[in-house]
Design a protein around this ligand. Structure first.
Ligand code: SF4
Length: 452
Protein backbone atom coordinates (compact mmCIF):
# COMPACT_ATOMS: atom_id res chain seq x y z
CA UNK A 1 0.00 0.00 0.00
CA UNK A 2 1.28 3.48 -0.86
CA UNK A 3 2.18 5.48 2.21
CA UNK A 4 0.06 8.59 2.69
CA UNK A 5 2.09 11.75 3.13
CA UNK A 6 0.46 15.08 3.94
CA UNK A 7 1.72 18.42 2.66
CA UNK A 8 2.62 20.99 5.30
CA UNK A 9 2.92 24.48 3.82
CA UNK A 10 3.66 23.70 0.18
CA UNK A 11 6.63 25.35 -1.49
CA UNK A 12 4.49 26.61 -4.36
CA UNK A 13 1.46 28.75 -4.97
CA UNK A 14 -1.88 28.15 -6.51
CA UNK A 15 -1.91 27.66 -10.28
CA UNK A 16 -4.49 30.35 -11.19
CA UNK A 17 -2.54 33.04 -9.33
CA UNK A 18 0.19 32.56 -11.94
CA UNK A 19 -2.38 32.89 -14.73
CA UNK A 20 -3.78 36.10 -13.19
CA UNK A 21 -0.26 37.56 -13.01
CA UNK A 22 0.40 36.72 -16.67
CA UNK A 23 -2.92 38.28 -17.76
CA UNK A 24 -2.06 41.36 -15.68
CA UNK A 25 0.92 41.86 -18.00
CA UNK A 26 -1.21 42.49 -21.10
CA UNK A 27 -2.38 46.00 -21.95
CA UNK A 28 -6.01 46.66 -21.09
CA UNK A 29 -6.58 43.17 -19.65
CA UNK A 30 -8.63 42.14 -16.63
CA UNK A 31 -7.90 38.77 -14.97
CA UNK A 32 -11.05 36.79 -14.22
CA UNK A 33 -11.32 33.70 -12.01
CA UNK A 34 -14.04 31.22 -12.73
CA UNK A 35 -14.72 29.92 -9.24
CA UNK A 36 -15.69 30.98 -5.77
CA UNK A 37 -14.83 34.36 -4.34
CA UNK A 38 -12.34 33.23 -1.75
CA UNK A 39 -9.84 32.21 -4.42
CA UNK A 40 -9.78 35.73 -5.87
CA UNK A 41 -9.48 37.25 -2.39
CA UNK A 42 -6.49 35.09 -1.49
CA UNK A 43 -4.74 35.92 -4.77
CA UNK A 44 -5.36 39.65 -4.49
CA UNK A 45 -4.01 39.57 -0.94
CA UNK A 46 -0.78 37.90 -2.04
CA UNK A 47 -0.24 40.12 -5.06
CA UNK A 48 -0.98 43.38 -3.24
CA UNK A 49 1.29 42.42 -0.37
CA UNK A 50 4.24 41.65 -2.65
CA UNK A 51 3.91 44.37 -5.27
CA UNK A 52 2.46 47.15 -3.14
CA UNK A 53 -0.03 47.79 -5.94
CA UNK A 54 -3.78 47.29 -6.12
CA UNK A 55 -5.00 44.54 -8.41
CA UNK A 56 -8.57 43.75 -9.36
CA UNK A 57 -9.29 40.09 -10.04
CA UNK A 58 -12.86 39.51 -11.14
CA UNK A 59 -14.67 36.35 -10.13
CA UNK A 60 -17.76 34.43 -11.19
CA UNK A 61 -18.43 34.08 -7.44
CA UNK A 62 -19.88 30.59 -7.48
CA UNK A 63 -21.90 29.27 -4.57
CA UNK A 64 -23.07 25.80 -3.48
CA UNK A 65 -25.73 25.34 -6.13
CA UNK A 66 -23.28 26.09 -8.96
CA UNK A 67 -21.09 23.25 -7.72
CA UNK A 68 -24.05 21.01 -8.61
CA UNK A 69 -25.59 22.70 -11.64
CA UNK A 70 -22.48 24.25 -13.21
CA UNK A 71 -21.15 27.82 -13.26
CA UNK A 72 -22.03 28.86 -16.82
CA UNK A 73 -24.68 31.51 -16.01
CA UNK A 74 -22.44 33.13 -13.36
CA UNK A 75 -19.48 33.16 -15.71
CA UNK A 76 -21.51 34.94 -18.38
CA UNK A 77 -23.03 37.44 -15.95
CA UNK A 78 -19.60 38.09 -14.46
CA UNK A 79 -18.10 38.84 -17.87
CA UNK A 80 -20.98 41.22 -18.67
CA UNK A 81 -20.31 43.05 -15.41
CA UNK A 82 -16.59 43.30 -16.13
CA UNK A 83 -17.22 44.66 -19.63
CA UNK A 84 -19.59 47.31 -18.27
CA UNK A 85 -17.40 48.30 -15.37
CA UNK A 86 -13.88 48.16 -16.84
CA UNK A 87 -14.29 48.36 -20.64
CA UNK A 88 -11.30 46.02 -21.02
CA UNK A 89 -9.62 45.07 -24.29
CA UNK A 90 -9.07 41.54 -23.02
CA UNK A 91 -10.50 39.35 -20.29
CA UNK A 92 -8.32 36.46 -19.20
CA UNK A 93 -10.38 33.68 -17.64
CA UNK A 94 -8.62 31.14 -15.42
CA UNK A 95 -10.37 28.19 -13.85
CA UNK A 96 -10.05 27.16 -10.19
CA UNK A 97 -10.12 23.87 -8.32
CA UNK A 98 -13.92 24.02 -8.05
CA UNK A 99 -14.71 24.61 -11.72
CA UNK A 100 -12.12 22.08 -12.85
CA UNK A 101 -13.62 19.50 -10.49
CA UNK A 102 -17.21 20.03 -11.60
CA UNK A 103 -15.96 19.94 -15.19
CA UNK A 104 -17.20 23.27 -16.54
CA UNK A 105 -16.36 23.51 -20.24
CA UNK A 106 -15.14 27.10 -20.21
CA UNK A 107 -14.14 27.20 -23.89
CA UNK A 108 -17.63 26.18 -24.91
CA UNK A 109 -19.20 28.67 -22.50
CA UNK A 110 -17.09 31.50 -23.87
CA UNK A 111 -17.99 30.56 -27.45
CA UNK A 112 -21.66 30.67 -26.49
CA UNK A 113 -21.12 33.99 -24.76
CA UNK A 114 -19.48 35.48 -27.84
CA UNK A 115 -22.35 34.37 -30.05
CA UNK A 116 -24.92 35.78 -27.64
CA UNK A 117 -23.31 39.03 -26.54
CA UNK A 118 -20.18 40.01 -28.48
CA UNK A 119 -21.28 40.82 -31.98
CA UNK A 120 -19.47 44.10 -32.57
CA UNK A 121 -15.84 44.49 -33.53
CA UNK A 122 -14.87 46.51 -30.44
CA UNK A 123 -15.79 43.71 -28.08
CA UNK A 124 -13.07 42.55 -25.73
CA UNK A 125 -11.02 39.49 -26.55
CA UNK A 126 -11.78 36.52 -24.31
CA UNK A 127 -8.98 34.09 -23.51
CA UNK A 128 -9.24 31.15 -21.17
CA UNK A 129 -6.67 28.89 -19.63
CA UNK A 130 -7.13 25.72 -17.63
CA UNK A 131 -5.57 26.03 -14.17
CA UNK A 132 -6.59 23.23 -11.81
CA UNK A 133 -4.60 23.97 -8.69
CA UNK A 134 -4.50 20.39 -7.45
CA UNK A 135 -2.03 19.74 -10.29
CA UNK A 136 0.91 22.02 -10.90
CA UNK A 137 2.16 25.29 -9.50
CA UNK A 138 1.71 29.00 -10.07
CA UNK A 139 4.48 28.79 -12.66
CA UNK A 140 2.52 26.34 -14.76
CA UNK A 141 -0.43 28.73 -14.47
CA UNK A 142 1.80 31.61 -15.54
CA UNK A 143 3.37 29.78 -18.49
CA UNK A 144 0.05 28.23 -19.52
CA UNK A 145 -1.70 31.62 -19.61
CA UNK A 146 1.19 33.12 -21.59
CA UNK A 147 0.98 30.34 -24.12
CA UNK A 148 -2.84 30.68 -24.34
CA UNK A 149 -2.44 34.42 -25.07
CA UNK A 150 0.05 33.69 -27.84
CA UNK A 151 -2.05 30.87 -29.30
CA UNK A 152 -5.09 33.09 -29.36
CA UNK A 153 -3.55 36.28 -30.72
CA UNK A 154 -0.29 35.73 -32.59
CA UNK A 155 -0.52 35.87 -36.35
CA UNK A 156 1.85 36.06 -39.25
CA UNK A 157 1.45 39.67 -40.27
CA UNK A 158 4.02 41.25 -42.54
CA UNK A 159 5.34 44.34 -40.83
CA UNK A 160 8.18 46.69 -41.63
CA UNK A 161 9.92 45.67 -38.41
CA UNK A 162 9.70 42.00 -39.23
CA UNK A 163 13.43 41.40 -39.66
CA UNK A 164 14.40 42.82 -36.31
CA UNK A 165 11.55 42.44 -33.82
CA UNK A 166 12.25 39.73 -31.24
CA UNK A 167 9.80 38.04 -28.91
CA UNK A 168 11.05 37.79 -25.34
CA UNK A 169 9.21 35.40 -23.03
CA UNK A 170 10.88 36.04 -19.67
CA UNK A 171 8.68 33.96 -17.38
CA UNK A 172 7.80 35.34 -13.98
CA UNK A 173 10.40 38.03 -13.28
CA UNK A 174 10.11 41.17 -11.17
CA UNK A 175 8.99 44.49 -12.68
CA UNK A 176 12.57 45.70 -12.15
CA UNK A 177 13.86 42.76 -14.19
CA UNK A 178 11.47 43.65 -17.00
CA UNK A 179 12.59 47.29 -16.93
CA UNK A 180 16.18 46.06 -17.23
CA UNK A 181 15.21 44.00 -20.29
CA UNK A 182 13.69 47.11 -21.83
CA UNK A 183 16.95 48.95 -21.19
CA UNK A 184 18.82 46.19 -23.03
CA UNK A 185 16.35 46.48 -25.88
CA UNK A 186 17.26 50.16 -26.23
CA UNK A 187 21.00 49.59 -25.81
CA UNK A 188 21.15 46.82 -28.42
CA UNK A 189 18.70 48.77 -30.65
CA UNK A 190 16.71 45.58 -30.80
CA UNK A 191 12.91 45.99 -30.56
CA UNK A 192 11.59 43.42 -28.10
CA UNK A 193 8.03 42.29 -27.52
CA UNK A 194 8.18 41.25 -23.88
CA UNK A 195 5.24 39.05 -22.87
CA UNK A 196 3.96 39.44 -20.24
CA UNK A 197 5.13 42.89 -19.18
CA UNK A 198 4.49 43.57 -15.49
CA UNK A 199 6.90 46.50 -15.29
CA UNK A 200 4.19 49.16 -15.06
CA UNK A 201 0.99 47.27 -14.35
CA UNK A 202 2.37 45.95 -11.06
CA UNK A 203 4.82 48.73 -10.25
CA UNK A 204 3.28 52.04 -11.27
CA UNK A 205 4.39 55.55 -10.36
CA UNK A 206 2.22 57.49 -7.89
CA UNK A 207 -1.10 58.52 -9.41
CA UNK A 208 -3.67 61.09 -8.36
CA UNK A 209 -6.54 58.94 -9.53
CA UNK A 210 -6.92 55.18 -9.34
CA UNK A 211 -7.30 53.84 -12.89
CA UNK A 212 -9.74 50.98 -13.36
CA UNK A 213 -7.10 49.18 -15.41
CA UNK A 214 -3.47 50.20 -14.81
CA UNK A 215 -1.43 51.56 -17.71
CA UNK A 216 1.23 49.39 -19.30
CA UNK A 217 1.40 45.76 -20.26
CA UNK A 218 2.26 44.19 -23.61
CA UNK A 219 0.20 45.90 -26.34
CA UNK A 220 -2.25 43.53 -28.01
CA UNK A 221 -1.09 44.59 -31.49
CA UNK A 222 2.49 43.68 -30.55
CA UNK A 223 1.28 40.22 -29.45
CA UNK A 224 -0.49 39.83 -32.79
CA UNK A 225 2.85 40.53 -34.51
CA UNK A 226 4.69 37.84 -32.56
CA UNK A 227 4.12 35.38 -35.39
CA UNK A 228 6.23 37.50 -37.72
CA UNK A 229 9.17 38.27 -35.41
CA UNK A 230 12.66 37.23 -36.48
CA UNK A 231 13.24 35.18 -33.30
CA UNK A 232 11.88 34.29 -29.89
CA UNK A 233 13.93 34.11 -26.69
CA UNK A 234 12.39 32.20 -23.82
CA UNK A 235 13.95 32.07 -20.35
CA UNK A 236 13.75 28.94 -18.25
CA UNK A 237 15.51 25.61 -18.32
CA UNK A 238 12.53 23.76 -16.87
CA UNK A 239 9.79 24.95 -19.27
CA UNK A 240 8.01 21.98 -20.83
CA UNK A 241 7.31 21.83 -24.55
CA UNK A 242 3.55 22.01 -23.94
CA UNK A 243 3.93 25.29 -22.03
CA UNK A 244 6.57 26.85 -24.26
CA UNK A 245 5.19 29.81 -26.20
CA UNK A 246 8.48 30.04 -28.12
CA UNK A 247 8.08 26.46 -29.32
CA UNK A 248 4.50 27.18 -30.37
CA UNK A 249 5.65 30.20 -32.39
CA UNK A 250 8.26 28.09 -34.14
CA UNK A 251 5.90 25.24 -34.93
CA UNK A 252 3.03 27.49 -36.01
CA UNK A 253 4.85 30.35 -37.76
CA UNK A 254 8.46 29.21 -38.19
CA UNK A 255 9.84 31.85 -35.77
CA UNK A 256 13.33 30.72 -34.74
CA UNK A 257 13.37 29.96 -31.00
CA UNK A 258 16.16 30.27 -28.45
CA UNK A 259 15.22 28.66 -25.16
CA UNK A 260 17.87 29.56 -22.60
CA UNK A 261 18.29 29.65 -18.83
CA UNK A 262 17.03 32.65 -16.88
CA UNK A 263 20.08 34.96 -16.99
CA UNK A 264 20.98 34.92 -13.30
CA UNK A 265 24.71 35.01 -12.51
CA UNK A 266 27.58 35.46 -14.92
CA UNK A 267 27.48 32.35 -17.08
CA UNK A 268 23.74 32.43 -17.75
CA UNK A 269 23.95 36.20 -18.38
CA UNK A 270 26.87 35.66 -20.77
CA UNK A 271 24.69 33.28 -22.78
CA UNK A 272 21.93 35.86 -22.96
CA UNK A 273 24.24 38.72 -23.95
CA UNK A 274 25.89 36.53 -26.63
CA UNK A 275 22.45 35.81 -28.02
CA UNK A 276 21.57 39.51 -28.06
CA UNK A 277 24.83 40.17 -29.94
CA UNK A 278 24.08 37.43 -32.42
CA UNK A 279 20.50 38.52 -33.12
CA UNK A 280 21.15 42.27 -33.14
CA UNK A 281 24.51 42.08 -34.94
CA UNK A 282 25.89 44.56 -32.36
CA UNK A 283 28.61 44.20 -29.76
CA UNK A 284 27.56 44.45 -26.13
CA UNK A 285 27.61 48.18 -25.33
CA UNK A 286 30.59 49.22 -23.23
CA UNK A 287 28.40 50.16 -20.26
CA UNK A 288 27.27 46.57 -19.85
CA UNK A 289 30.76 45.18 -20.35
CA UNK A 290 31.96 47.50 -17.60
CA UNK A 291 29.19 46.23 -15.31
CA UNK A 292 30.46 42.70 -15.93
CA UNK A 293 34.07 43.73 -15.21
CA UNK A 294 33.04 45.50 -12.03
CA UNK A 295 31.12 42.43 -10.92
CA UNK A 296 34.19 40.23 -11.37
CA UNK A 297 36.27 42.73 -9.44
CA UNK A 298 33.69 42.70 -6.62
CA UNK A 299 33.72 38.91 -6.62
CA UNK A 300 37.49 38.88 -6.21
CA UNK A 301 37.29 41.44 -3.38
CA UNK A 302 34.48 39.64 -1.56
CA UNK A 303 35.52 36.06 -2.19
CA UNK A 304 36.93 35.65 1.32
CA UNK A 305 33.46 36.25 2.79
CA UNK A 306 31.45 33.91 0.60
CA UNK A 307 33.86 31.09 -0.21
CA UNK A 308 32.62 27.72 1.00
CA UNK A 309 29.52 29.15 2.67
CA UNK A 310 26.63 26.71 2.64
CA UNK A 311 23.35 27.94 1.18
CA UNK A 312 19.83 26.51 1.04
CA UNK A 313 17.81 27.77 -1.96
CA UNK A 314 14.09 27.21 -2.54
CA UNK A 315 11.29 28.61 -4.68
CA UNK A 316 10.09 28.33 -8.24
CA UNK A 317 12.19 26.05 -10.35
CA UNK A 318 13.88 28.39 -12.80
CA UNK A 319 14.70 30.94 -10.12
CA UNK A 320 16.33 28.23 -8.00
CA UNK A 321 18.29 26.96 -11.01
CA UNK A 322 19.56 30.49 -11.74
CA UNK A 323 20.47 31.25 -8.11
CA UNK A 324 22.25 27.90 -7.81
CA UNK A 325 24.30 28.72 -10.88
CA UNK A 326 25.17 32.12 -9.41
CA UNK A 327 26.12 30.65 -6.00
CA UNK A 328 28.37 28.05 -7.57
CA UNK A 329 30.27 30.65 -9.57
CA UNK A 330 30.90 32.93 -6.56
CA UNK A 331 32.42 30.04 -4.61
CA UNK A 332 29.51 29.41 -2.23
CA UNK A 333 28.18 25.89 -1.72
CA UNK A 334 24.52 25.37 -2.53
CA UNK A 335 23.67 22.44 -0.24
CA UNK A 336 19.93 22.16 -0.88
CA UNK A 337 17.97 23.19 -3.99
CA UNK A 338 14.26 22.77 -3.28
CA UNK A 339 11.09 23.50 -5.17
CA UNK A 340 7.40 22.66 -4.98
CA UNK A 341 7.34 22.23 -8.75
CA UNK A 342 7.76 18.90 -10.46
CA UNK A 343 8.48 19.62 -14.09
CA UNK A 344 10.78 16.60 -14.20
CA UNK A 345 13.53 18.90 -15.52
CA UNK A 346 14.67 20.48 -12.26
CA UNK A 347 17.43 18.01 -11.37
CA UNK A 348 19.01 17.94 -14.80
CA UNK A 349 18.82 21.77 -14.98
CA UNK A 350 20.64 22.11 -11.64
CA UNK A 351 23.24 19.55 -12.67
CA UNK A 352 23.92 21.29 -15.94
CA UNK A 353 24.37 24.79 -14.46
CA UNK A 354 26.86 23.65 -11.82
CA UNK A 355 28.73 21.37 -14.19
CA UNK A 356 32.46 21.99 -14.03
CA UNK A 357 32.20 24.26 -10.96
CA UNK A 358 30.91 22.24 -8.03
CA UNK A 359 32.68 19.13 -6.82
CA UNK A 360 29.70 17.89 -4.82
CA UNK A 361 26.16 18.20 -6.05
CA UNK A 362 23.65 19.76 -3.65
CA UNK A 363 20.62 17.85 -2.38
CA UNK A 364 18.04 18.42 -5.07
CA UNK A 365 14.38 18.06 -4.06
CA UNK A 366 11.30 18.75 -6.12
CA UNK A 367 7.67 18.64 -5.04
CA UNK A 368 8.64 19.51 -1.45
CA UNK A 369 6.87 21.40 1.31
CA UNK A 370 8.34 23.60 4.01
CA UNK A 371 8.19 20.82 6.56
CA UNK A 372 10.73 18.87 4.51
CA UNK A 373 12.79 21.96 3.72
CA UNK A 374 13.03 22.69 7.45
CA UNK A 375 14.06 19.12 8.26
CA UNK A 376 16.81 19.21 5.65
CA UNK A 377 17.92 22.68 6.64
CA UNK A 378 18.39 21.51 10.24
CA UNK A 379 20.55 18.63 9.06
CA UNK A 380 22.60 20.62 6.55
CA UNK A 381 23.30 23.60 8.86
CA UNK A 382 23.67 26.22 6.14
CA UNK A 383 25.11 29.69 6.62
CA UNK A 384 22.38 31.28 4.54
CA UNK A 385 18.92 30.68 3.11
CA UNK A 386 17.71 32.21 -0.15
CA UNK A 387 14.06 32.24 -1.15
CA UNK A 388 10.77 34.09 -0.63
CA UNK A 389 9.09 35.08 2.62
CA UNK A 390 7.73 31.63 3.39
CA UNK A 391 11.17 30.62 4.63
CA UNK A 392 11.04 33.23 7.38
CA UNK A 393 9.91 30.79 10.05
CA UNK A 394 12.83 28.47 9.33
CA UNK A 395 15.25 31.38 9.28
CA UNK A 396 13.96 32.62 12.64
CA UNK A 397 13.82 29.20 14.27
CA UNK A 398 17.36 28.29 13.24
CA UNK A 399 18.93 31.74 13.41
CA UNK A 400 20.08 31.61 9.79
CA UNK A 401 19.86 34.77 7.65
CA UNK A 402 17.27 34.72 4.86
CA UNK A 403 17.90 36.63 1.65
CA UNK A 404 14.54 37.34 0.11
CA UNK A 405 14.19 36.78 -3.61
CA UNK A 406 11.36 35.79 -5.94
CA UNK A 407 7.66 35.80 -5.00
CA UNK A 408 5.97 36.29 -2.59
CA UNK A 409 7.83 38.71 -0.34
CA UNK A 410 5.40 39.83 2.34
CA UNK A 411 7.67 40.86 5.19
CA UNK A 412 9.95 43.34 3.43
CA UNK A 413 9.21 46.16 1.04
CA UNK A 414 10.57 46.31 -2.49
CA UNK A 415 10.01 42.77 -3.80
CA UNK A 416 8.96 44.32 -7.10
CA UNK A 417 12.23 46.29 -7.29
CA UNK A 418 14.63 43.38 -6.84
CA UNK A 419 16.81 42.93 -9.90
CA UNK A 420 17.67 39.24 -10.26
CA UNK A 421 19.02 39.13 -13.81
CA UNK A 422 22.01 40.32 -15.83
CA UNK A 423 25.41 41.44 -14.58
CA UNK A 424 23.78 44.22 -12.60
CA UNK A 425 21.39 41.81 -10.91
CA UNK A 426 24.29 39.47 -10.08
CA UNK A 427 26.18 42.39 -8.56
CA UNK A 428 23.23 43.20 -6.31
CA UNK A 429 22.80 39.57 -5.32
CA UNK A 430 26.50 39.23 -4.60
CA UNK A 431 26.54 42.27 -2.32
CA UNK A 432 23.47 41.02 -0.46
CA UNK A 433 24.96 37.55 0.03
CA UNK A 434 28.33 38.85 1.25
CA UNK A 435 26.74 41.45 3.54
CA UNK A 436 24.31 38.94 5.06
CA UNK A 437 27.23 36.68 5.95
CA UNK A 438 29.25 39.57 7.40
CA UNK A 439 26.23 40.77 9.41
CA UNK A 440 25.65 37.30 10.84
CA UNK A 441 29.30 36.99 11.83
CA UNK A 442 29.17 40.33 13.60
CA UNK A 443 25.94 39.41 15.38
CA UNK A 444 27.34 36.09 16.57
CA UNK A 445 30.67 37.49 17.70
CA UNK A 446 31.31 38.54 21.32
CA UNK A 447 33.03 41.71 20.24
CA UNK A 448 30.98 42.49 17.14
CA UNK A 449 33.08 44.66 14.91
CA UNK A 450 36.09 46.41 16.33
CA UNK A 451 37.67 48.22 13.37
CA UNK A 452 36.61 51.79 14.12
S1 SF4 B 1 -5.83 26.16 -4.46
FE1 SF4 B 1 -7.82 25.96 -5.53
S2 SF4 B 1 -9.33 26.52 -3.96
FE2 SF4 B 1 -7.36 27.28 -3.24
S3 SF4 B 1 -7.26 29.40 -3.96
FE3 SF4 B 1 -6.28 28.12 -5.52
S4 SF4 B 1 -7.89 27.66 -6.98
FE4 SF4 B 1 -8.88 28.39 -5.11
Amino acid sequence: MKQYVSTTNACKLCRPIGACLAFRGVEGAVPFLHGSQGCATYMRRYIISHFGEPIDIASSALGEKHAVFGGGPNLKQGIINVIKKYEPSLIGVATTCLTETIGDDVSMMLDEFKREFLADADSPILINTSTPSYAGTHMEGFRGATRSIVEKLAQHRLTSAEEKRVNLLPGFLSPQDIRYLKELSRDFELPLTILPDLSETLDAPILLEYPKIPAGGTPIDAIRDMGSACASIEFGRTVSDELSAALYLRERFGVQDFRIGTPIGIRESDRFFSLLEKISGKKTPSFHREERDRLIDAMVDGHKYVFGKKVVVYGEEDLVVGITSFLAEIGARPVLCATGGKSGRFKSAIKSVVDGILRDLPEIREDVDFWEIEELTRQLEPDLIMGHSKGYKISRALGIPLIRIGFPIHDRIGGQRILHIGYRGAQMLFDRVANAIIAKKQRDSDIGYGYF
